[in-house]
Ligand binder design. Structure first.
Ligand SMILES: NC(=O)c1ccc[n+]([C@@H]2O[C@H](COP(=O)([O-])OP(=O)(O)OC[C@H]3O[C@@H](n4cnc5c(N)ncnc54)[C@H](OP(=O)(O)O)[C@@H]3O)[C@@H](O)[C@H]2O)c1
Length: 264
């Protein structure tokens, strides 16, 4: 048989960097990659959150986690993380651009500063970090086994939500489009670029909804599959995108939203 089913989803031994790995979806992505045998660097402002995740997952393996401190809201911060990573590794197999932030306010009162903050982290930092790490991704990628970039988009980048998160929705639509643009350009470098577009998942960003039972139930009722996303949902799609199974997928904005983006 031509298909080796045992290695189709194998990512063991790969080196990954997950931004925002110390909480929410970033921790779910880290758990998936460590459980599958990757060496995973995680980075965000709060080193203690990242270190706690590293301690927990290092005790379980089979992969490993290294915690780094990084503030990606500035160009200097993205450069510093790329340099810190490059001082440990000379190539990068998987980059998960996950760090993100949001803000909500009535449109007429929406502060300019919250356009700047959200766009800086959710869009500019993704572009900067990807640019700074591209040489290491190119070194890792081959025609048979490209390096992988996975950006975190959102269902609200595909389909408008009436949640007053104007800069957030616009930033996620921008990430979807940047994903397609970079996929076109990086194909010949043996680097794939895809976006996961989640619906609701438990995280700090969603804590105000998840902690309130009535709001959580109302939110779940709006999802065609009637539930929030879980760690296994992130793991299934991420491992597919990062293994042989996903090596012919690039430029995809892949819904992981229980059907929300397909609603009329
Ligand atoms: N949860 C959902 O329902 C959902 C749905 C669609 C898309 N998403 C996307 O999924 C991604 C992860 O979000 P989440 O829901 O897991 O929320 P979260 O738990 O709030 O995670 C956001 C992460 O970003 C990091 N971060 C924030 N500011 C940063 C900065 N200046 N520099 C570096 N890292 C920074 C945070 O760590 P520090 O505070 O330590 O810096 C945190 O780990 C985001 O891109 C989000 O837009 C989430």
């Amino acid at each position: 048989m031509a298909i080796n089913i045992n290695s189709l989803f194998d990512v063991s031994g790969k080196v990954a960097l997950v931004t925002g790995g110390g909480s929410g979806i970033g921790t779910m992505a880290t758990e998936a990659l460590v459980s599958a045998g990757c060496k995973v660097y995680i980075a965000s402002r709060r080193l203690e959150s990242c270190q706690a995740v590293a301690d927990e997952f290092n005790a379980e393996g089979p992969g490993s986690v290294i915690a780094l401190q990084a503030d990606l809201s500035t160009e200097e911060g993205t450069k510093a993380l790329a340099n810190a990573f490059a001082s440990h590794e000379d190539q990068l197999d998987i980059l998960v651009n996950n760090s993100g932030t949001t803000w909500g306010a009535p449109f007429e009162e929406f502060p300019r500063s919250k356009w700047d903050d959200v766009m800086a982290l959710n869009v500019s930092a993704v572009a900067d970090l990807t640019k700074n790490l591209l040489p290491l991704l190119r070194r890792a990628g081959t025609a048979d086994n490209p390096a992988r970039i996975v950006n975190l988009g959102s269902v609200v980048g595909t389909r408008p939500a009436s949640n007053q998160a104007y800069s957030y929705g616009a930033s996620k639509a921008a990430i979807h489009h940047l994903t397609r643009m970079l996929a076109n350009e990086f194909g010949s470098m043996h680097v794939t670029v895809n976006a996961i577009a989640p619906g609701p998942f438990p995280s700090r960003m969603m804590a105000h909804v998840i902690r309130d039972d009535a709001r959580k139930k109302a939110m779940e009722a709006r999802v065609p599959l009637h539930r929030c996303g879980e760690a296994e949902d992130i793991a299934g799609l991420l491992l597919m995108l990062c293994s042989r199974a996903g090596s012919y997928i690039t430029g995809g904005i892949i819904p992981l939203d229980g059907g929300l983006s397909a609603m009329p």
